[in-house]
Design a protein around this ligand. Sequence first.
Ligand SMILES: [Zn+2]
Length: 259
Amino acid sequence: MPQIEILLSGFPGTSSRCFLGWSGCYLLTTTRGRRLLFDTAGYNERATVINSLSRLSAAPQDVDFVVLSHLHFDHAANWDLFPNAEIIVHEREIAYADSGGADRAVLRYHTPVLRACGRLRLISAETALEDGVQVIPVPGHTPGCIALSVGKEILCGDALKSRWDLNGPMAQPVWDADLARQSIAKLKQLGNASLSRSRYAARTARGKVARLWRAWRKGLLPGWQRAVGIASPSLGDRGACNAAHHIKPCTRTPAAFSR
Ligand SMILES: [Zn+2]
C-alpha cells in the first residue's frame, strides 16, 4: 500500500491582507519505492518545502512525480524545485492558464517553462500512475483540477477546500459551480470514509479543525488567536505570523456544517 506523509498541513485562514494560501502538500511513497509529491505550495514556502522534505529524509532530486492539483499559485509555484520529477497536470489546466482569463491566481507565465522543461505529462482522464495511485479529474474550482486517489484515501486539492464544502456553501473562487458540485459528489462517493482536504490541519485529523471551530463558535477567540499567532503543534512550522496583520479563521456559516 502506498504511504502518505504530510509535507505541509493545510490551514483555513484569512488575514487583513488576503487569504493565507496555506495549502496542504503530501509526500507519497509508492509500493515500488517511488516518491510522489501532491502539490508544491506557494512562492513564500520554497524553503519550507525543502526543509520539510529533509525532515522526511528526502531531497528534491529524489522526487519522481509532482502532481499539481491545479495551477493556482498557492499549490503549484514550486514545481521547478524538483529536477528529476515528471510534472503531471491536466491538459485543460494548461489551456486555462494560457487563455489569459480573469483568474489572477493562475500561474500563467509558468506554462511556457513547463512545456520547455521536457518533463511535463498532460493527462485528460482518470490515469493510473502506479499501483494504488490514480489521478482523478475533479473540475469546477478550475477547469483542470485533479485529485489523487491513494488506496482508500483521496487527496482533493481545492476541489474540496474543507469540510464546509461537503455540506455548506461552496468556497469561492469557483470557475464553474455546477461542475464543482458534481466533483464534490464524486469525491464523496469515492472517498466516503477518509477524504483529505487541502486546507485541513492534517490529512487524518478532521477532528482537529472541528475542535478549533467549536472553540471559536463558543466565543473562545483569544485561544484561537493564540493558536494562530504562536507556534503550536496544530500549526507545525507555520505557526509564526506577523502580529501587525489581523488573522482570523475563514468565516462561513457554521450552521451549514453538519458532518
Ligand atoms: Zn485554487
